[in-house]
Design a protein around this ligand. Sequence first.
Ligand code: NAP
Length: 479
Amino acid sequence: MSARPWPGMLGNMHPPTLLRVAIVGSGPSAFYTAEALQKALGDAVATDLFDRLPVPFGLVRGGVAPDHQNIKAVTKVYDKIAAHPGFRFFGNVQIGRDLHVPDLLNHYHQIVYAFGCESGQRLGIPGDDLLGVHTATEFVGWYNGHPDHQHRRFDLAHGQRVAIVGNGNVAMDVARILLTDPTHLASTDIADHALEALRHSAVREVYLLGRRGPAQAAFSPKELEEIAELPDVGVAVEPREAALDPVSAAWLERDGSRSQQRNVKLLQEHATAGGAGKGKRLCCRFLVAPQQLRGRGGQVDTVVLQHMRLEPDHAGTPRPVPTGTTEELAVDLVFAAIGYKGVPLPGVPYEPRQGIVPNRDGRVLDRDGGNELPGQYAVGWCKRGPTGLIGTNSLDAKATVAAMLADRAAGRLLTATHHDIAARLAQRGIEVVTWADWQRLDRYERAAGEARGKLRQKVIERDAALRLVQQLRAAGADG
Ligand code: NAP
């Protein structure tokens, strides 16, 4: 890195006694960044987390499936991070609308972008716009009560057969929610509108479409085991698709992880068992990629699948190549579960191919491969793309914080001439949801859930959440 001081920076001066850091986002990577800073600097750091929603936790609240409460329990760790004296939450504050990047540059010594990847990749094939074709991201947000997706409609009542494109853990979440008996979801924090629709669901068969083979299935084995253990759900795999081609067999032996080896074993067991005789089925298909979607009256009714074979790329990784043959699969609904995609934030560089903030080891660049932007960092999915489990973000945050601490030690910090961001927000008439407000709302949601035999009754709509926050604040609802 260049030793020259950046314009608008402290230069090679002593670090400030209190390092003020803005973190844009309040999902796992944001909290792990705050935690790593707190561990390194103790009381000498103040972290302000901004979220455009009135509630924290990003994908832990809006992405993790409602029947995976053990994963959602990670918020207890985040509560402890939030108890640090230098921690503040600014919910309902959208960067690019309520505050702008120059505001952050004026108020903080360092800024960390932790805003994730908010949209779902679409298939981008003919027929993608037919009714009944959705992204998994929309469905996941809808059943989790994410305000962006509360108004969506999924015609589960008339669809018996669903195709899910992709076979990662998001595809598995969607498959499991569609196949689970809704009475088992009723006591979770699932959104009421989703529970109601699932209660009237006609879905009997879910096809999981993998463009590569069983050795390259992207789901974790325990996700498949969980579906196989659902009462009344069989798992079917076509024996010829469960068999490994020589390229994959050699690759699995050489490069395959334990999870991939376990997946192959499980899938081959299911291929032998057949999966028949149950009321509902998960059919895991391999070496098939959707070529186009067809419909009648604007509604999807067929996926045209091209058959694929695998060929090693220059690094020896098996990649799918069309064989030239196709088949038609009759469907009522299609979900694209082929990954999340980043959405640009105004004023922050964006690399459209990967959908991330261009960065070098967490230091933000003005463009892909360009120059470092002083005092600006990225972490989590907006840094590295939409991969990895929640815990992956802890390591990732430590790496970004290592770069931040090195820059602090070298005096490479923003000058932070303004101090009072709360006053700036108040001046602009922004209704900020503080951490204390969130704690009241959290207690309210859990109590409302308990009264209805649920873990939590989420307040979904943004204005309703803000009204409630004001009421709870006025009532001093601390108990
Ligand atoms: P993912 O794991 O990257 O899976 C994406 C899937 O889509 C892969 O099967 C991929 O196949 C396929 N795909 C991509 N582009 C395609 C195309 N154009 N046509 C057909 N198929 C295509 O992504 P994800 O499921 O969205 O999950 C994101 C991350 O969150 C993952 O790290 C996941 O483990 C994590 N997550 C974890 C949990 C959990 O722990 N329960 C739950 C949800 C998500 P190829 O492999 O051939 O590219």
